[in-house]
Design a binder for this molecule. Structure first.
Ligand code: TXA
Ligand code: MG
Length: 349
């Protein structure tokens, strides 16, 4: 298949032709990769069971892993979700449009193929203008997992989508680099006590301020409530470990490990905060951004994992980016990428 790669800027006039074409593709059961504020998505018609099947097949994703349904306005929610609790409207008021997904009970309009067999549906109203033009032009209900092939880091630029999807889907819409770089926060509202299933830009404190009570699904649970959290994610080709502890101990330990890889003739890289980047020797240094700018670290992290993959680096050590606002979300993604291999550099000092 020939994949059309087109640009959009988020202006309805300028994007009209692209959106008309994209809408036709979606309505006839095809797939389009689209930018959102979090990561790029692989979009299909959420109400068409065959589109869901195509999404699973294209990504190489297990079909029990449900898809998020994206809408363009809050009013669309009634067709796909039922028994919507008051707390959903409060969250929508506070954080929609934006990087927040809510799990609700589904209506019969949503095929089981889209929800991986579940009776619930995950719903998100993105803030990205291109995404919303696209959803509106495509019938209003778009299933979109992250656009990466299953197991690869999420796509934060159109070039990542081209790497993974060129020749496999009808169209890729290039909207430039995404703003956030981490997938949306997911909160389950189907039980009395709301539960965070995936950490993201809308952090625990922000949810707490609206909901009062909120709990978190444990990160290494064998039966996570978001089925996707049980699969190893974002795994780079090399062996990735997270090194945590006091700054000096982390730097010393990584330098020690890097030196031993060098001795054995193995390639090695470190993912470092800008503040520490000049402290490392014998090693490729990937600067993730300043600890004073955690938004930059969040935005860059998946792209760095992809770069390390294409460089074919064998061993990767990452500092632990436990920053105040986005630390929980960044750490979650990095720990998963590392298969929860965490070295505590302070403990053994
Ligand atoms: O930011 C995002 O959410 C991006 C962009 C494209 O919108 N999408 C995204 O989708 O990250 P995906 O498919 O990569 O991750 C969706 C996660 C999976 O872990 C899945 O298991 C969970 O959401 N999920 C979807 N529907 C669910 C449901 N009904 N109940 C529980 N978890 C659900
Ligand atoms: Mg994903």
């Amino acid at each position: 298949m020939k994949t059309r790669i087109v640009k959009a800027i988020g202006d309805p006039e300028a994007d009209r032709e692209v959106m008309e074409e994209a809408g036709r593709i979606i309505r006839s059961g095809g797939l389009v990769a689209i930018p959102t504020e979090t990561v790029y998505g692989l979009a299909g018609d959420a109400l068409n069971p065959r589109s869901a099947g195509k999404i699973y097949e294209t990504k190489g994703r297990p079909s029990d892993n449900p898809l998020i349904v994206h809408i363009a306005d809050t009013g669309s929610i009634g067709r796909i979700a039922r028994d919507i609790p008051d707390m959903a409207y409060r969250l929508a008021e506070a954080y929609w449009p934006g990087p927040l997904t809510m799990v609700l009970n589904k209506t019969d309009a949503v095929p089981k193929e889209t929800t991986g067999g579940l009776d619930t549906v995950a719903v998100r109203l993105p803030v990205n203008k291109i995404a919303r033009e696209f959803i509106a032009a495509s019938g209003g209900y778009i299933a979109a997992p992250s656009a990466n092939l299953s197991g690869k880091p999420s796509c934060t630029r159109a070039s990542h989508c081209i790497e993974d999807l060129d020749g496999k889907i009808e169209m890729i819409i290039d909207g430039g680099e995404v703003g956030i770089g981490l997938e949306s926060t997911i909160v389950d509202l189907t039980e009395e006590r709301p539960c965070i299933l995936r950490q993201g830009y809308i952090n625990e404190e922000m949810l707490h301020s609206v909901l009062g009570d909120v709990r978190t699904d444990p990160p290494e649970s064998a039966h996570p409530k978001a089925p996707g959290m049980k699969y190893r994610h974002y795994a780079p080709g090399g062996v990735l470990s997270i090194v945590k502890g006091k700054r000096e101990s982390v730097i010393a330990r990584i330098n020690e490990l890097a030196a031993s890889h060098k001795e054995r003739g193995e390639s090695c890289a470190v993912i470092s905060a800008s503040e520490n980047a000049s402290e490392y020797g014998n090693v490729i240094v990937k600067d993730a951004g300043s600890l004073r700018n955690e938004d930059e670290i969040a935005r860059r992290i998946f792209s760095i994992l992809r770069e390390l993959d294409s460089d074919g680096v064998q061993y990767i050590y990452s500092e632990n980016f436990d920053t105040p606002r986005l630390g929980a979300a960044i750490t979650d993604r990095m720990n998963r990428a590392a298969g929860f291999c965490v070295i505590n550099a302070t403990e053994e000092d």
